[in-house]
Design a protein around this ligand. Structure first.
Ligand code: SAM
Length: 491
């Protein structure tokens, strides 16, 4: 029996791709290894949205190369964005690598591994399945669903943001038929999943290739406010949300990531107002608070348009929380531009900000603009952005104290008790008399930690007995396994 080990770099999309790769290998009869030491195949699933991940790949392959010298039968495979971007070059530069597959070739992995194991030269597959796109579903044979899981609705990206490598590494937009998406959500729910997050690089640009979801009128499909009629949207994402809500009524909570502000249409805002299943949290990347920088990034909205759409969304869903992505030090970003970003963050009041220093990426149009903001300036700007956003987050969490929240319990916490998320995406820790994993539990919030909340279940049946830990200053907040600064919602 051959055993595999998967190492994932990057975002949720990559984590999800790694799960699908595991499914494919399990189906082909491979077994998961307990760790590197017992693995016959090690697969590195990479990300190239920012430079660090490529450096990480190089050092991982170096480390694995040493293992391979001791165990020459060890197979090293590289998947994901770096694999797609570098293709053949990877095996030339790092001859320890046996298989390179881009994001569209997970299904071919068992065959390629077999060929390599039979002594073939390194195998490289990096084309895009543009003519007949394939989407791998989660294979749940015999296993229970996770409390919260992901379902891919589209892949690739047709935006041309000048900083972003994704159109190169993930190809053009391809959409999954709504029937397939709904069937996967249904299957997950039947297996015990309570929350589904729809995944896509620009998830709200979704169009059903078979045209089965309800279509919007041109006015409904216009973004709110300025430019509304001139820039009608073709997306049918709200129709997909409605179809899921209608056809899978047992689904507890629906989220999506990561949208583009361009597709925040009237119809999408209506969907948020009307569909109780939609979480009251939206991650809406803004990238900069300066129109000049947004233009150079080719984001195709202004600060005023972003703010107007967000205001309309908030008006439709009182209490909705927002998070965002921001790049600091984009080429040509002046101190004044950056001040505008701080002003926007201050004005909107995000519950979470994922901030990144601009990193020049291969094949991106921004390369021509140079990289003229110094490393020190980028660090200083990022630190100021985090100071502001951490303060906002702390105030937001403090305001939650005294309220009650519906918490979807994800499981036991790292340091005892249980952990879950509210519909507004706050993390809540609490003690309970018995294990409520997978259930929605009402929790009275009694304490704000730095990054999360603590509380007590309101149901007497769940309240912990005397002597158990009460959430409060005595409780040490569990350390996030990955800093929220380092884990963007989606690359
Ligand atoms: N849908 C998202 C949007 O509207 O932009 C795209 C998600 S993107 C692929 C993930 C995040 O990584 C981006 O929002 C951006 O903040 C960051 N990012 C992408 N390219 C970057 C670069 N070259 N340097 C620094 N950060 C980058």
């Amino acid at each position: 029996m051959r055993r595999y080990h998967v190492i994932t770099f990057g975002c949720q999309m990559n984590e999800h791709d790694s799960d699908r790769i595991r499914d494919v290998l399990d189906e082909a009869g491979y077994l998961p290894a307990a760790g590197l030491e017992s693995a016959d195949i090690v697969l590195l699933n990479t990300c190239s949205v920012r430079e660090k991940s490529e450096q990480k790949l190089r050092s991982e392959v170096g480390r694995l190369g040493m293992l391979k010298r001791e165990r020459p039968s060890l197979v090293i495979a590289v998947a994901g964005c770096v694999a797609q971007q570098e293709g053949e070059r990877l095996v030339k530069r790092m001859p320890q690598i046996d298989v390179v597959i881009g994001p569209d070739h997970a299904a071919a992995l068992p065959r390629l591994l077999e060929e390599v194991e039979q002594g073939s030269l390194p195998r490289v597959r990096t084309s895009f399945d543009v003519d007949a796109p394939r989407f791998l579903s989660s294979i749940l044979s015999g296993r229970r669903g996770r409390v919260s899981d992901f379902v891919t609705v589209m892949k690739g990206c047709d935006e041309r943001c000048t900083f972003c490598v994704v159109p190169t590494t993930r190809g053009p937009e391809r959409y999954r038929p709504s029937e397939e998406i709904i069937a996967e959500v249904e299957r997950l729910v039947q297996r015990g999943t309570a929350e589904v997050t729809l995944l896509g690089q620009t998830v709200d640009s979704y169009v059903d290739p078979l045209r089965n979801v309800e279509r919007s009128t041109p006015i409904e499909n216009a973004p709110v406010g300025r430019g509304a009629y001139g820039r009608r949207d073709e997306s049918e994402f709200p129709g997909l949300l409605r179809a899921i809500a209608e056809r899978v009524p047992a689904l507890g909570r629906l989220r999506y990531t990561s949208p583009h502000p361009r597709h925040l249409t009237r119809r999408l805002i209506e969907a948020h107002r009307e569909l109780a299943v939609l979480a009251k949290h939206v991650h809406m990347p803004v990238q900069s608070g300066s129109d000049r920088v947004l233009k150079r990034m080719l984001r195709r909205y202004t600060v005023a348009e972003y703010s107007e759409r967000i205001a309309a969304l908030r008006q439709a869903v009182p209490g909705l929380t927002l998070s965002t992505d921001i790049i600091v030090g984009f080429p040509g970003e002046t101190a004044e531009d950056f001040e505008k970003t701080l002003e926007l963050v201050d004005a909107i009041g995000f519950a979470g900000v994922y901030g990144f220093k601009y990193s020049p990426r291969p094949f991106t149009p921004a390369l021509k603009l140079g990289d003229d903001v110094t490393a020190e300036e980028k660090s200083e700007r990022l630190a100021r952005l985090f100071d502001l956003s951490e303060g906002q987050r702390a105030r937001h969490l403090e305001r939650c104290v005294g309220s009650t929240a519906q918490v979807l319990v994800e499981g036991p916490g790292d340091r005892g008790g249980y952990t879950g998320r509210t519909e507004r995406n706050e993390i809540v820790h609490f003690d309970a008399a018995h294990d409520p994993t997978g259930q929605f539990v009402e929790v009275a919030i009694s304490y704000a930690f730095r990054h999360s909340l603590g509380g007590v279940p309101t149901s007497p049946a769940l309240q912990p007995g005397p002597g158990s830990r009460a959430p409060g200053p005595r409780v040490v907040e569990p350390q996030p396994t990955r800093s929220p600064r380092m884990l963007p919602m989606l690359h």
